[in-house]
Design a protein around this ligand. Structure first.
Ligand SMILES: *Cc1c(COP(=O)(O)O)cnc(C)c1O
Length: 353
């Protein structure tokens, strides 16, 4: 606290990212990074871009990337004007909160959900109402049929991993024609079906995705949103009032290459899914209850042990998982799916406990 701070800053409750420990040889299963790494073609594209052109500003529109993303979704009839790109989907989400979710009614999101949402509400002074997930940690579309200034939820949800079928997403869209419904699809490529296919049917739908998880580029900071041109225009207006160049030359080049290497992407996703199913079975054998996951992590609890205690003991063995000290989920651990060696270490570590 300092007398130089604004009132707003004094009251902020910032997001706390999962830790990035500096120790070597850790089995790091706490921040949902993809263990398979980015496509070699991404690295090559970035290396090609490492030249004197770095003295020039990048394309403020990121047009080549928008064109690539639109082309990638051409089966859903997406054109480049329906695409917005930003510095990680966290930045895209920030613009969404400010430009599309700030109205005079509270926005709705699940009680157990991405913990950045309440942080943005604080930063942008947006009222919210949290909607409890069902007892089985699912989103019930009927709970989203009340007056609101907008709706946002991750699908698959984080940190539960549970996926809401597109029919239910449509229920929510149809019940809320007067507000924007944001579907945060950070994990959709690990077995869910994207709502991008619904964009041309619903002018109130905005889908947000990231290259951090399935495309293994958390370090490059690229995210995007797809929706009706009017929604995208709102995001452009916010962006050009904040930072005209959110994506640097290296990020733009790497992101385009990531979409072009479809084979690498598909192999990486199926590798994660295969390991997720195995880890789920092995955790169940050890007595864990594991929620059905369509993400690159599982959310699990053990009836005989506290979540925080398990996390602390794993840590002593150099295995880091994420524990949330929050109502309803304090017994759970969120465990990122790693390489098969890392997953073996996890199972062995748990077995030893
Ligand atoms: C990881 C994650 C993001 C943020 O992704 P970045 O593109 O790395 O900023 C957004 N939403 C959810 C639900 C996430 O888990």
């Amino acid at each position: 606290m300092s007398k130089y701070w604004s009132d707003l800053v004094s009251e902020l409750k910032p997001y706390v990212p999962g830790e990035q420990p500096k120790m070597a040889n850790l089995v790091k299963l706490n921040t949902n990074e993809n263990p398979f790494g980015p496509s070699p073609k991404v690295i090559e594209a970035i290396q090609r871009e490492l030249n004197d052109s770095l003295r020039l500003y990048p394309d403020p529109e990121g047009q080549a990337l928008k064109d690539t993303i639109a082309e990638y979704h051409v089966d859903f009839g997406i054109n480049p004007k329906q695409v917005f790109v930003g510095n990680g989907s966290d930045e895209v989400l920030a613009h969404i909160f400010q430009g599309l979710l700030k109205h005079d009614k509270p926005i709705l999101f699940p009680d157990i959900s991405y913990s950045f949402y309440p942080v943005y509400c604080g930063l942008f002074q947006i009222e919210s109402a949290v909607i409890p997930l069902t007892d089985s940690f699912e989103i019930d579309p009927n709970d989203y049929k009340r007056d609101n200034g907008g709706i946002i939820f991750p699908n698959p949800n984080a940190p539960t991993g549970r996926y809401l079928g597109l029919g239910h997403v449509e229920d929510i869209l149809q019940a809320n024609p007067d507000s924007v419904v944001v579907v945060d699809e950070a994990y959709v490529d690990f077995g869910g079906e994207t709502a991008i296919r619904l964009v041309n049917q619903y002018p109130n739908l905005l889908v947000c995705q990231t290259l951090s998880k399935a495309r293994s580029l958390a370090g490059l900071r690229v995210g995007f949103a797809i929706g009706d041109e009017d929604l995208i225009e709102a995001l452009n207006r916010v962006k050009d009032s904040f930072n005209s160049y959110p994506l640097d030359r290296l990020a733009l080049a790497g992101a385009v290459a990531a979409f072009e290497d479809k084979q690498w992407f598909e192999d990486s996703c199926s590798g994660v899914i295969r390991e997720r199913e195995r880890v789920t079975r092995e955790l169940e054998t050890l007595g864990f209850e594991v929620l059905p996951s369509k993400a690159n992590f599982v959310f699990a609890r053990h009836p005989g042990h506290e979540g925080a205690a398990i996390a602390a003991k794993l840590r002593e063995q150099g295995i880091i998982v994420r524990h949330f000290n929050k109502p309803r989920i304090s017994d759970f651990l969120r465990i990122t799916i790693g390489t098969s060696d890392q997953n073996n270490a996890l199972i062995k570590g748990l077995d030893a406990l």
